[in-house]
Design a protein around this ligand. Structure first.
Ligand SMILES: [Zn+2]
Length: 145
């Protein structure tokens, strides 16, 4: 994988938006991850994960943010996306930190914008990678390429 590149001012704003979303809506065991995406036109949408008693019904924060964008604007692309995790109260370190998108979200992000940038953890400070770099050999139904 290519080395992540440094965050821009806009990337830091996106992390701040995801952090604000989960800080506002955190509920232990229910909402622990926040996400924010910037559309190609520059509009920011946020989401939080929807955990569920029936685990397979759980929805990731990235998908909620994307859903809000699609409802408002239709297919507006994903210029950049980030997810952050709010620690549960029993964890000593209460830092809200950037987390990598799960495998399913990598597929989703790629489907909606193959050129999307993704903010990922990178040692002491997060960095940016291309979604294609997070998803080599993406799933394909066959000859559609
Ligand atoms: Zn996910």
């Amino acid at each position: 994988m290519k080395r992540p590149v440094k965050l821009s001012k806009a990337d830091k704003e996106l992390i701040a938006a995801a952090t604000a979303a989960i800080r506002q809506r955190y509920r232990d065991d229910w909402q622990e991850v926040g996400a924010a995406l910037r559309t190609r036109a520059g509009k920011i949408f946020t989401g939080v994960n929807l955990d569920a008693y029936l685990g397979r019904m759980a929805v990731c924060a990235e998908a909620v943010a994307l859903g809000r964008a699609v409802v408002d604007l239709g297919d507006a692309g994903i210029e950049t996306i980030v997810a952050v995790r709010h620690p549960p109260p029993y964890e000593k370190d209460q830092t809200i930190a950037v987390v990598s998108p799960c495998g399913a979200c990598r597929e989703l992000i790629f489907d909606y914008d193959p050129q999307a940038r993704v903010i990922v953890p990178n040692g002491t400070s997060p960095g940016v990678v291309a979604i294609a770099d997070l998803l080599p050999n993406k799933y394909s139904r066959g000859a559609e390429g």
